[in-house]
Design a binder for this molecule. Structure first.
Ligand SMILES: Cc1cc2nc3c(=O)[nH]c(=O)nc-3n(C[C@H](O)[C@H](O)[C@H](O)COP(=O)(O)OP(=O)(O)OC[C@H]3O[C@@H](n4cnc5c(N)ncnc54)[C@H](O)[C@@H]3O)c2cc1C
Length: 304
């Protein structure tokens, strides 16, 4: 089916905003990425269910985009539909010691509201620029904690648009990933937090922000850590020891501040970043016999 026809069919579903050929660089923290055939923003659960059901019937590939802060989207863009959740998926309902959080809620907003309410447990996530859905899928973590510690239940849709509820035991958390049923679209995440004095939680949050500022680059687009830490070591240490700080391909550069970050110096192409990642992997492998695994997710069409 042609992109225009698919976009027209999707546009007929209430609760969706549909654009054909939308450049994804606008929606990624690295500021690169070519066009999505069909870019769909879903504002309501009913609209999202109908959208997924139609996409399944048309056998169109689907990619979920959160805040795009852990993705490298190819310059050629993404075929099929790219879905982004908005509207009612941003809502947060506070319930005593916990919260029911829409997948599109920004983690930064959630952390600050929790701290203000005297609920601890999320301070580790201060400074993570993701959405709650993306952070659940990545099991985002920092400074000794991760999403796994606070998540109790998840609501999602299957690829065919059927509702799905997953309890803690059905969420297979691992290091920087949560194994969900293939293609599941997370719509809501339930959290259990710990009552704490707001001033104490705020101090903890500020300490984490200060540690982050002291060690990580800022001011240039990036996607956080490029590689997962190999067991018992740090990817940044290995990259630095291989003398790769400052290495460039085109306008993409290995940060001089923290070697596990790649920055967009302005005008980088996804292919530059991809080649730089390959060079770093190759150099670390030949020097230390360690194969680094990317934490960032490669999305779209890539050269062979
Ligand atoms: C400056 C900076 C600092 C960072 N610091 C950290 C850090 O300390 N710790 C850390 O773990 N990460 C960090 N990151 C990486 C990133 O912010 C996290 O991985 C974040 O949780 C990703 O969320 P996102 O919404 O941007 O997801 P995206 O990048 O949009 O997507 C990530 C994955 O989740 C999938 N996805 C997104 N939403 C949904 C959904 N609703 N349903 C199903 N699948 C979905 C996507 O398809 C993709 O596979 C950092 C990034 C930056 C730029």
């Amino acid at each position: 089916m042609s992109t225009d026809r698919l976009a027209a069919e999707l546009s007929g579903i209430p609760g969706l905003e549909v654009k054909a050929g939308e450049p994804l660089a606008r929606y990624t923290s690295f500021k690169v990425g070519g066009p999505a055939d069909c870019f769909v923003e879903a504002h309501t659960k009913t609209g999202l269910g109908a959208c997924l059901e139609l996409l399944a019937r048309r056998a169109a590939p689907v990619l979920l985009l959160g805040n795009g802060s852990n993705m490298l989207v190819s310059d050629r863009g993404v075929r099929g539909a790219v879905l982004r959740l908005r509207g009612e998926f941003r809502r947060v309902r506070w319930l005593g010691d916990g919260a029911r959080v829409g997948a599109a809620c920004a983690v930064s907003r959630l952390v600050r509201e929790a701290v203000r309410r005297g609920l601890g447990g999320l301070e580790f996530a201060e400074g993570i620029p993701g959405s709650v859905g993306g952070s659940l899928v990545m099991n985002a973590g920092a400074y000794g904690s991760e999403m796994e510690r606070v998540v109790t239940r998840v609501e999602a849709f299957t690829t065919a648009g059927a509702p799905l509820a997953l309890g803690r035991d059905e969420l297979h958390f691992a290091y920087r990933e949560t194994r969900l049923p293939a293609g599941a679209v997370v719509t809501r995440v339930d959290l259990a937090l710990t009552p704490d004095a707001p001033a104490v939680a705020e101090t903890r949050m500020r300490e984490i922000m200060a540690r982050r500022r002291a060690s990580q680059p800022s001011g240039r687009p990036n996607f956080g850590s490029v590689f997962r830490n190999p067991p018992g070591d740090h990817a940044g240490r290995l990259i630095e020891a291989a003398g790769l700080k400052g290495l460039r391909v085109g306008r993409a550069e290995v940060s001089r501040r923290h070697a596990n970050f790649i920055q967009n110096l302005g005008g980088a192409r996804a292919e530059d970043v991809w080649r730089l990642i390959e060079q770093v992997r190759g150099a670390v492998e030949s020097r230390f016999a360690v194969t680094l695994q990317p934490e960032v997710r490669f999305v779209g069409e890539w050269p062979r």
